[in-house]
Design a protein. Structure first.
Ligand SMILES: Cc1cc2nc3c(=O)[nH]c(=O)nc-3n(C[C@H](O)[C@H](O)[C@H](O)COP(=O)(O)OP(=O)(O)OC[C@H]3O[C@@H](n4cnc5c(N)ncnc54)[C@H](O)[C@@H]3O)c2cc1C
Length: 312
C-alpha cells in the first residue's frame, strides 16, 4: 500500500476543504471495509484519506414524523439495525443492514459507504431505492440532494464530483399501510455477495379482498452495471388488486429490465429467473408487512423456498 496522509476533521466544512484540495487523489473513509481492501489491492491509491467519523452530522440517526429517517453517512450497520425507529418503521433497511458481511463487518460498515462504493451487488441500495431515499451531498459549492436511484452511474462510480461527500441518506416517512422487504440470493449461508437482490416497498389501499396497490417501488441488485430502479414494474401494480396474479405479472416486468452478466456466481439466464422469483417474494413480504403480519428480517434465499412467501 502506498503511503498516504490520514486526516480526521471534526467539521463538514473542513472535510470538504480537505477533499477539494486533493480532488481525485482524496478519498473518504467511513467504516473502511471496502476502502482498505481496495487500497491494499491498489484499486485506489489516494494521497489523502479523510476519515469522517468525528463529524457530528454524519453520525446522526434520527427519525421525525415530518422528515422521516436520517441516516448519517458514518453510522454503522449494527447501530442502524438495533435502532427502534428503524426496526418499527423501516424493516426493509434492517433486512439489508443485517446481511452486509458478518457481525464484525457490521460493526464498522456503513450504508453511506455501501452506497458510495456503488457496487452493482450492494445490498442496501435496492432497499434504499424502494423506500424512495434521497442522498444529501455536501461539496465546495454547497449542499445538493439526489434520489438514490440516480446516485450510482457505473460499476464502482457514483455521481459525486471531486470535493463532494455524502452527508446522509434521508428516507421519507413511511405511511400507514406501507411495507417493504429486501432479500437476496446467495449460494451459501454467509459472507458472499448477492447473485441477485430485490427490494420492494408497497403502499396498499382498501381492505380485505378489495385491497389494491396504491404505490409500489421495486429495485434490483447484481443484474446490471448499477443497481436498477424497476420503475415500470412497480407502476404496473398501481391500482391493481393485491393477488398472486398481479404480483407475478410485476415479477415478469422486473425480469424484462434486468441486464445480468454471466460469471462464476451464475449464468445470466439463471439470474434473470431469480429476479422473477425474488421480486415475487419481496412483494409478498412487503404486502405482509403492510398488513401488519410478521416477516423475518434478513432472509437469505438458498435452494429451498421460504414458507413465508405465500399470500394469505
Ligand atoms: C468480508 C466482507 C464482507 C462483505 N459483505 C458484503 C455484503 O454482504 N453485502 C454488501 O453489500 N457489501 C459487503 N461488503 C462490502 C462493504 O462491507 C460494504 O460495501 C460496506 O457497507 C461499506 O461501508 P464502509 O463504511 O466500510 O465504506 P468505506 O470502505 O469506508 O467506503 C467505501 C467507498 O465509499 C467511499 N465513501 C465512503 N463514505 C463516503 C462518503 N460519506 N462520501 C463520499 N464517499 C464515501 C470511500 O471513499 C470508498 O471508496 C463486504 C466487505 C467485506 C470486507
Amino acid at each position: 500500500m502506498k503511503d498516504f496522509e490520514y486526516t480526521a476533521p471534526a467539521t463538514l466544512r473542513d472535510a470538504v476543504k480537505l477533499l477539494a484540495e486533493k480532488g481525485e487523489n482524496a478519498r473518504v473513509l467511513a467504516g473502511g471495509t471496502d476502502l482498505i481492501v481496495q487500497m491494499r489491492g491498489r484499486r485506489y491509491q489516494p494521497e489523502r484519506v479523510v476519515d469522517i467519523k468525528k463529524i457530528p452530522e454524519v453520525n446522526e440517526l434520527t427519525f421525525s414524523p415530518r422528515k422521516g429517517l436520517r441516516i448519517g453517512a458514518a453510522v454503522p450497520c449494527h447501530i442502524i439495525y438495533h435502532n427502534s425507529d428503524v426496526i418499527e418503521r423501516y424493516p426493509g433497511i434492517v433486512d439489508a443492514a443485517m446481511i452486509i458481511g458478518g457481525i464484525q463487518i457490521q460493526g464498522r460498515a456503513t450504508l453511506g459507504g455501501n452506497l458510495c462504493n456503488a457496487s452493482p451487488s450492494a445490498d442496501s441500495i435496492p432497499a434504499l431505492i424502494a423506500y424512495g431515499a434521497i442522498a444529501e451531498i455536501q461539496g465546495p459549492q454547497g449542499k445538493r440532494k439526489i434520489p438514490v436511484e440516480e446516485f450510482c452511474v457505473s460499476p464502482g462510480r457514483n455521481a459525486l464530483q471531486p470535493g463532494e461527500m455524502l452527508v446522509c441518506i434521508q428516507i421519507p416517512q413511511s405511511k400507514s399501510n406501507t411495507g417493504a422487504h429486501y432479500l437476496r440470493f446467495i449460494p451459501r449461508n454467509e459472507m458472499d455477495i448477492a447473485v441477485v437482490g430485490v427490494g420492494a416497498c408497497v403502499e396498499l389501499a382498501g381492505r380485505g379482498k378489495a385491497q389494491t396497490f396504491k404505490r409500489v417501488r421495486i429495485a434490483l441488485a447484481a443484474v446490471g452495471p448499477t443497481p436498477i430502479f424497476a420503475s415500470a414494474a412497480g407502476a404496473s401494480l398501481e391500482g391493481q388488486s393485491v393477488s398472486e396474479e398481479s404480483i407475478l405479472a410485476a415479477a415478469e416486468a422486473a425480469k424484462s429490465v434486468a441486464k445480468p452478466i454471466s460469471d462464476m456466481r451464475g449464468p445470466a439466464e439463471y439470474r434473470t429467473h431469480l429476479v422473477g422469483v425474488l421480486t415475487k417474494r419481496a412483494l409478498i413480504g412487503a404486502v405482509k408487512r403492510a398488513r401488519g403480519e410478521h416477516v423475518p428480517n434478513a432472509v437469505q434465499e438458498h435452494e429451498s423456498a421460504h414458507p413465508v412467501y405465500t399470500l394469505s
